[in-house]
Design a binder for this molecule. Sequence first.
Ligand code: DGL
Length: 265
Amino acid sequence: MGQPVGVFDSGVGGLTVLRELVRVLPGESFVYFGDTARVPYGTKSRETITRYSVEIANYLVVRHEIKMLVVACNTASSLALPALRKIYRIPVVGMIDPSVRRVAALPKRDAIGVIGTSGTIRSGAYEQALRSALPKARIRCQPCPLLVSLAEEGWIERPVTRDVVAEYLAPFRPDPPDALILGCTHYPVLKKTIAEFLGDGTVLVDSGEEAARVVDVLISESGMKKEERIGAAIRFLVTDDPGRFADVGEAFLGGRIADVENVML
Ligand code: DGL
């Protein structure tokens, strides 16, 4: 296993990002860190999320000698990215800029929606980045905190999930946006329900998919990319019960999760 790419989230959500990373970079090794003892991040302050993020990044840099850090959590990306980029010399990729760049490249982007945790929306990170990329666009942001629990429960196509999606996204319905950023790494598993509610006129932007594209370009340009699949490995580290992480996480990763290690920070 060469030098791995470090990926972290508050729990299982970042596995939707890992899924995309593995798809575009099958030769790379990854260390995935899920901070399951301290999830959720979406309700916590900037100070707390920055402290958690730095603790995890230190662990990954010192113990696993990662060559790049992917912050596979929109809340941590919204609140802690500037601090992480100040501390570490390795490239640090977050979820915000890749999604904004994708939206800016769409042929139709007059009205943009963003959904995420309360922390992500409250931070204004997406709004700021969108305003500087697309000053004329109409931007509407909506926190959807309950979607995290529904996704973790595996209630993907249940009536209750459709009801909650309908309630949160009701303000978008009369005039659906040209693009909706799924600004939480849990939301890609609910893509179908969200798409059904908003209709074909809205492009759903998956922050993990976009971030994986950016990581691919960065790794390729730096000459660090490993093409050979031989030796490529994924390690899973969590701060709480490994069994629950594996059970819930498989739907997010879209594959089997074996050998989850419990670590203490
Ligand atoms: N995965 C986190 C995100 O993308 C949401 C879950 C949490 O609140 O910790 O923001």
